[in-house]
Write a protein that binds this ligand. Structure first.
Ligand SMILES: *[C@@H]1O[C@H](CO)[C@@H](O)[C@H](O)[C@H]1NC(C)=O
Ligand SMILES: *[C@@H]1O[C@H](CO)[C@@H](O)[C@H](O)[C@H]1NC(C)=O
Ligand SMILES: *[C@@H]1O[C@H](CO)[C@@H](O)[C@H](O)[C@H]1NC(C)=O
Ligand SMILES: *[C@@H]1O[C@H](CO)[C@@H](O)[C@H](O)[C@H]1NC(C)=O
Ligand SMILES: *[C@@H]1O[C@H](CO)[C@@H](O)[C@H](O)[C@H]1NC(C)=O
Length: 428
């Protein structure tokens, strides 16, 4: 037995050493991404996040649901993480890349790029949200003749399914099923969504085949042996400008230069409805007071703020002494209260992740974007409006993810979190 195990190991080692190119190809692949705020007039991020929360909580919705249409504030993508993605062969990139000079003429599609919202809370990838940047059919485009629909709460798209080649950085993923929008609303200035949630969130999106799951771009990259693990990781520094370019998405593993210490992994929760997302269980303590005791919620790149169940939110509000500001719908505190703000500690597994006072306040350089007053201190904690114990008691959104590195591991059904060089930074 022992000999046989050892010889298997020896063979495996030999194979790896004999094909260094394979090893190289199967390294994790990273690409940068931006955070963009679309603020035409005043952006109500609280309304955006609550519309999304409502949609996340609702059971699978039908294409004809009137309610979902009514709940959506249109023309408001909020604050989104945006990746540049090419579709087709050669990849056509339909829209000027964020941060790139837009002196390139609009009809020169090869020098521009699709801008897709990076969403861990949904799992379909689709394009065509911007009618000015239509899908370009190429040799790799195969129409699947199937309607496809996804409702996001803050927007919705209805389109047709295609199979096509998707280029993300140096990853070239073949035969990816994507949606091509015929109709989309709630998405301003983006081309669609790169859905990197768990694959079963794609169920009920193919109208004629509701039981079918559509492998995500991460799943297909893994199946096609382009990456070593069915894992994707997100890094972002606290955003203080618009657009802000400092994001990094890593496919197939993690980037140790983006985190400090080790990554704590926690299993995806079995508590519904968080179980069908990147759902985890955590306890939240403000100072020394437990405000949320070991319940389930989600980690979500598509939510801007930190959402808490109403009882936890109330406990936080009274402990901080904050009052509700009617122009932003955020909690606000005086500078004296800010000076006394305590740590907000997330206990996940056996590890404590600390949001310092500085991490709990809205970036002051972005106050006016959300209708706030310069110099005022707003808090990033919002009220989800439902009591704890209903299975989705918190949303650790971008304000959380900009202080911690996050890892979404399909292979092992777990979520990883780690501190970063910015966890304790006074960046704001
Ligand atoms: C926001 O969307 C509007 C269209 O509604 C667009 O004209 C504007 O350029 C966008 N702003 C940003 C910062 O993306
Ligand atoms: C894009 O580039 C490819 C090859 O590089 C070329 O065949 C195609 O015509 C170009 N498309 C446009 C619209 O310029
Ligand atoms: C999705 O998959 C997870 C993990 O396998 C499971 O816990 C969850 O119940 C599934 N959700 C749905 C809606 O099928
Ligand atoms: C938290 O929940 C655990 C398990 O349900 C319980 O034993 C403990 O007393 C609770 N702690 C607080 C402070 O409510
Ligand atoms: C907040 O947490 C940090 C890091 O653990 C610690 O250094 C600091 O003393 C804490 N602050 C308070 C007020 O407890």
């Amino acid at each position: 037995m022992r000999f046989s195990t050892l010889s298997t190991l020896a063979i495996a080692t030999t194979v790896v050493m004999a094909s260094p190119t394979t090893v190289h190809k199967r390294s994790p692949i990273s690409l940068p991404f931006a955070k963009v705020i679309n603020a035409t007039g005043v952006l109500n991020i609280v309304a955006h996040d609550l519309a999304r929360y409502k949609a996340l909580r609702s059971p699978a919705k039908s294409a004809t649901s009137q309610d979902s249409v009514i709940s959506a504030p249109a023309d408001d993508i909020g604050m989104s993480y945006i990746a540049s993605v090419g579709v087709g062969t050669p990849p056509t990139f339909c829209k000027p890349a964020i941060g790139r000079s837009s002196t390139v003429p609009d009809n020169n599609v090869n020098l521009t790029t699709d801008s897709l919202i990076i969403d861990t809370g949904s799992s379909n990838t689709w394009i065509g949200a911007d009618p000015l940047h239509a899908y370009i059919s190429t040799s790799s485009s195969v129409p699947l003749v199937e309607p496809i629909v996804v409702d996001y709460g803050s927007g919705e798209f209805v389109g047709l399914a295609f199979s096509d080649t998707i280029t993300i950085g140096s990853l070239v993923i073949l035969e990816q099923t994507i949606g091509v929008a015929l109709l989309a609303f709630g998405f301003t200035d983006v081309d669609g969504i790169l859905g990197i949630g768990p694959v079963n969130r794609t169920m009920e999106t193919l109208v004629l085949d509701p039981e079918a799951e559509i492998p995500t771009v991460v799943d297909n990259a893994f199946t096609q042996a382009l990456i070593p693990e069915d894992v994707v990781a997100v890094s972002f520094e606290p955003a203080t400008s618009n657009p802000d370019m400092n994001g990094e998405l890593t496919f197939g593993g993690t980037d140790p230069s983006k985190y400090t210490g080790s990554i704590t992994y926690t299993p995806v929760t079995s508590i519904s409805p968080s179980s069908s997302f990147w759902g985890i269980e955590q306890t939240i303590t403000y100072g020394s007071e437990i405000i949320l005791n070991q319940t389930a919620g989600i980690v979500d790149t598509g939510t801007t703020l930190l959402g808490l169940a109403s009882d936890a939110y109330s406990a936080y509000q009274s402990a901080t002494g904050a009052s509700l500001d009617s122009s932003t719908d955020l909690l606000t505190i005086t500078s004296e209260q800010y000076a006394n703000l305590q740590n907000l500690t997330f206990t996940i597994g056996d590890t404590e992740f600390v949001m310092t006072p500085n991490a709990q306040i809205w970036p002051r350089s972005l106050n006016t974007v959300i209708g706030g007053t310069p110099g005022v201190v707003y808090l990033v904690v919002i009220n989800l409006g439902t009591p704890s114990g209903e299975g989705l008691d918190f949303i650790n959104g971008q304000v959380f993810l900009e202080r911690f590195y996050s890892v979404y591991d399909t292979t092992n059904k777990r979520v990883g979190l780690a501190n970063t060089p910015f966890t304790f930074a006074t960046s704001n």
